[in-house]
Design a protein around this ligand. Structure first.
Ligand SMILES: NC(=O)c1ccc[n+]([C@@H]2O[C@H](COP(=O)([O-])OP(=O)(O)OC[C@H]3O[C@@H](n4cnc5c(N)ncnc54)[C@H](OP(=O)(O)O)[C@@H]3O)[C@@H](O)[C@H]2O)c1
Length: 278
């Protein structure tokens, strides 16, 4: 692998983002797993929890001595955050070779029971910040660069009891595939990762503590690994598990009305009502 480029992972303090960061650091240390991955010699880890980023950065620096790993504590929905991140990346004058737009969260439960600020924060992060990252980092991408946008299996069908999250991921998928078409001529691959359940802190956050673990979650490292391979091969959508592809098909066959009603009735997700007035 040649050197001289940046890889950025957002939401790198836990779950899928942490797994992507570990895989990318391993790749830069010379594992043969990712033949065709564009070259980079800096890995930026972005999220809000600085302590977690610092310890992961220290660990990855030790594991991959030739790689500069930077912990960048940033709240991506804060005003000017993405702009300043892109400005810092531009200052290095290095091309952005890999961008993993992974930061995101959900809110389980009825919209009526959900604190409006949490609800809108989710849309802000999953949709607005994602779009801003694509827009502001675009000029730093070069031929051969890879962008992974983390959407979800929930992108393919509306879900009662998880309505705003599914809608936000439908947006993420649509944006990603649209950009894949636009940036193909620039030689840039854009891949939307659409996983089903993955074992991360997702449920803990989405349920406001009511469910500690993602039910039937697939290992994050396997998901990240399969996605990177798919992205390197030029795929626009990555759904590594056959069961996830089957569920996508089932949602398509059922149609949006039945999918939403079925999910609301039979796939209840635990939540702690978080409306201040509840
Ligand atoms: N786990 C699943 O079953 C599943 C399935 C489909 C899709 N996904 C998607 O996968 C992505 C990663 O989630 P995960 O499952 O790995 O959950 P997670 O373990 O909760 O990770 C979420 C990451 O996003 C970061 N984040 C949250 N708000 C942020 C903000 N305002 N600014 C910057 N970073 C922020 C968190 O870091 P800080 O809290 O430190 O900021 C954390 O690193 C999300 O987009 C999620 O929607 C997950």
């Amino acid at each position: 692998m040649e050197s001289g480029g940046i890889a950025i992972v957002t939401g790198a303090s836990s779950g899928l983002g942490e797994a992507f960061a570990r895989e990318l650091a391993g790749a830069s240390a010379g594992t043969a797993r990712y033949r065709g991955l564009p070259a980079f010699d800096e890995l930026w880890l972005v999220a809000r929890r600085a302590d977690r980023l610092d310890s992961l950065a220290a660990e990855l620096c030790r594991a991959a001595p030739g790689l500069t790993v930077r912990a960048v504590a940033s709240d991506l929905v804060a005003g000017g955050a993405v702009e300043s991140l892109a400005a810092k990346a531009a200052e290095t004058t290095k091309p952005l070779r890999v961008l993993v737009n992974n930061a995101g969260y959900g809110t389980y439960g009825d919209l009526d029971d959900t604190d409006t600020a949490r609800l809108l924060g989710q849309v802000d992060l999953n949709c607005r910040a994602l779009t801003e990252c694509c827009a502001r980092f675009s000029r730093l991408l070069t031929r051969g660069s890879i962008v992974v946008n983390v959407a979800s299996l929930a992108a393919f069908a509306p879900l009662g009891g998880f309505a705003a999250y599914a809608a936000s991921k439908a947006y993420a998928l649509s944006l990603s595939v649209g950009l894949a078409a636009e940036w193909k001529a620039r030689g840039i691959t854009v891949c939307a990762l659409c996983p089903g359940p993955v074992a991360t802190e997702f449920s803990l956050v989405a349920s406001a503590g009511a469910r500690k673990e993602v039910k039937h979650g697939w290992p994050a490292v396997k998901t990240a690994r399969a996605c990177l391979r798919d992205a390197i091969s030029g795929a626009w959508i990555s759904m590594p598990r056959p069961i996830w592809r089957l569920r996508r098909l089932a949602g398509w066959l059922a149609g949006p009305e039945l999918s939403a009603s079925f999910a609301y009735r039979f796939m209840k997700r635990p939540s702690v009502p978080s409306r201040p007035d509840v």
